[in-house]
Design a protein around this ligand. Structure first.
Ligand code: ATP
Ligand code: MG
Length: 422
């Protein structure tokens, strides 16, 4: 048998059921904050990411699935959603002089080392706000996440880490200071950090290597370089979070992997998933629209890693009895299969909220009832000879010891509608 490609996961029914419910709740919440959904393509021009995400980043340097199409154009399977979001809104004239609140969802692709919580195809749900600067929007985005974790019942397992990267000129000066400090120590840095020193030195700050971290103890800190405006913004954000009662921790070493961030950056982190601990990450990227060729437009947003959220959610919310059907219809005589199908079709029309599964594959009634039980259904319908003749079915109660009864279509629909509502 052909196997799946490394890093590509199948989401099987038990997980998909929980996935759908979590994804629906996230989107419902985003709609509730006045964000509108947009759908973006999986393929974009490679240049969008080399410019938007940044040449020196891990994503662009080594993680992209890039190919040349039949016309010779360089295209890339999207590794993230923000650059596409900007591209789409810009292309359709929805950015300039407007405030937009949008969300997107779907698979992203990065060629990295697969492990639990880290895949080559993974699913993000992201929210972005364009055209509004300032700490208020950042606070809204953060408190929206917080409400979400509470709603999903995982708030006790995550905490918020917060930092500010200042304006791009501040970052530039800080970068220089960091390089000046680290250059004489280059031989003591881990291999990745040595490479980053020339390409993306800020990333060294979040190296996981203990020796590198020790060297950073005496490194210059970003906060000493911030200009007044960035400091004021950061203070305002913290004030708002206090007011909203969203707990946070300051982390001076928090930098984000993508080049486009300015001022606020944040991550929601758990210690329960090993080293894949960030379930959601975001920040402000006021320079991005301009970098991609638009008019200066502030932007801020975050992306949730859905697989990691589900891994966390599962720890407390493993479903005990997965149910795939409410009603299971058994067919005693294969000659009556057509009748049963027709009966069920009419029932679906009268009771559209019910999940009704029709038995397939024949076999003894006893075995069919065993299947019915496995689906978690509460009721089995049995179409036998005498029932079919009278246009009725026998209803067997699978979860209580109520006696079996016979019902016609309308009576059955009314009964089931009533039963699943309560
Ligand atoms: P990491 O440091 O874990 O590689 P990142 O900084 O590259 O994360 P972002 O680009 O900020 O991640 O993406 C936002 C979120 O998407 C992450 O916090 C994480 O939850 C999720 N994510 C990123 N890469 C992967 C992946 N390869 N597999 C599963 N989820 C991922
Ligand atoms: Mg990464």
């Amino acid at each position: 048998m052909v196997q799946s490609v490394r890093g590509m996961r199948d989401v099987l029914p038990d997980e998909a059921r929980r996935w759908r419910s979590v994804e629906d709740r996230i989107k419902y919440l985003m709609l509730g904050y006045g964000y509108e959904e947009i759908h973006l393509p999986l393929l974009e021009a490679t240049e969008l990411f080399s410019r938007g995400v940044g040449e020196g980043t891990d994503i662009v340097e080594k993680e992209m699935y890039t190919l040349t199409d039949q016309e010779g154009s360089g295209i890339t399977l999207r590794p993230e959603g923000t650059a596409s979001c900007v591209r789409a809104l810009q292309e359709h004239g929805l950015l300039f002089n407007q405030t937009q609140r949008v969300f997107y969802s779907g698979p992203m692709f990065r060629y990295e080392r697969p492990q639990k919580g880290r895949y080559r195809q993974f699913y993000q749900i992201g929210a972005e706000v364009f055209g509004a600067g300032g700490a208020e929007v950042d606070a809204e985005l953060i408190s929206m996440c917080y409400r979400l974790w509470c709603d999903l019942g995982i708030d006790r397992r995550v905490h918020l880490e917060l930092n500010t990267l200042g304006s791009s000129s501040v970052r530039k000066r800080y970068r220089e200071a960091l390089v000046t400090y680290l250059t004489p120590l280059i031989d003591q840095l881990d291999e990745d950090s040595q490479r980053r020193l020339s390409r993306n030195p800020l990333r060294i700050l979040d190296s996981k290597n203990p020796q590198t971290q020790a060297l950073l103890e005496d490194a210059p800190v970003m906060s000493a370089f911030l200009d007044e405006e960035s400091v004021a913004n950061y203070e305002r954000l913290k004030e708002l979070l206090n007011q909203l009662q969203v707990p946070y921790q300051q982390n001076d070493r928090l930098v984000r992997g993508l080049d486009y961030y300015t001022d606020t950056v944040f991550e929601w982190v758990t210690t329960d998933l090993g080293s894949q601990g960030t379930i959601c990450a975001g920040g402000r990227y006021d320079g991005l629209v301009e970098m991609l060729g638009g008019k200066p437009t502030p932007g801020s947003g975050y992306a949730i890693g859905l697989e990691r959220v589900l891994l966390l959610h599962e720890l407390d919310h493993a479903e005990r009895e997965p149910r795939s059907a409410d009603v299971y219809c058994c067919v005693v005589d294969p000659a009556q299969h057509g009748w049963a199908m027709h009966f069920i079709e009419q029932l679906r029309e009268l009771a559209p909220d019910l999940r009704i599964r029709l038995h397939a594959g024949g076999g003894k009634l006893k075995n069919q009832l065993k299947r019915a039980d496995q689906t978690g259904a509460q009721w089995a319908l049995i179409a036998g000879d005498s029932e079919v003749t009278n246009n009725r079915v026998a209803v067997k109660f699978l979860r209580t010891d109520q006696a079996q009864v016979e019902m016609g279509l309308n009576e059955l629909a009314a009964f089931l509608n009533n039963a699943i509502q309560s």
